[in-house]
Design a protein around this ligand. Structure first.
Ligand code: AMP
Length: 117
């Protein structure tokens, strides 16, 4: 699928719409989900134009993929979420109801996640 440069996360990356940043650098951005499904609900995105999980894994080089997942650990540890646990979710495509066509990972935490998502 071709990358839609007007998707909402592309606009966030261009700072056309605001977000509450948890962590950002030249390669990745982590920010709070506007419609949290748990007490802590963070989204992590690579800054490269990748539509979905397949695109992320196959089109980025291995070091970028590894960097992204390592930053997830850093964000989780930085907020102390590793103490009690967390859930990572990637929605991919129509049946998963992926709403935003820029690859992202959900980090859910902050409470017992039974029955959530
Ligand atoms: P998905 O269904 O996996 O594509 O998830 C998209 C997520 O983006 C949903 O959890 C939305 O609540 C979230 N979202 C949509 N717009 C914004 C926004 N402007 N800022 C933060 N999160 C957003």
């Amino acid at each position: 699928m071709e990358y839609d440069k007007n998707n909402i996360f592309a606009k966030i990356l261009r700072k056309e719409i605001p977000c509450e940043v948890v962590y950002g650098d030249d390669q990745v951005l982590f920010f709070y989900d506007i419609n949290p499904q748990a007490k802590v609900h963070i989204l992590g995105i690579p800054k490269k134009k990748v539509v979905d999980f397949r695109d992320f894994i196959l089109r980025l080089d291995q070091s970028s993929v590894q960097y992204f997942f390592t930053k997830i650990i850093d964000v989780i540890n930085g907020l102390g979420l590793d103490q009690k646990g967390y859930r990572l979710i990637i929605n991919n495509g129509r049946d998963a109801n992926q709403e935003v066509p820029h690859f992202h990972i959900h980090i859910l935490a902050g409470e017992n996640l039974k029955g959530i998502r």
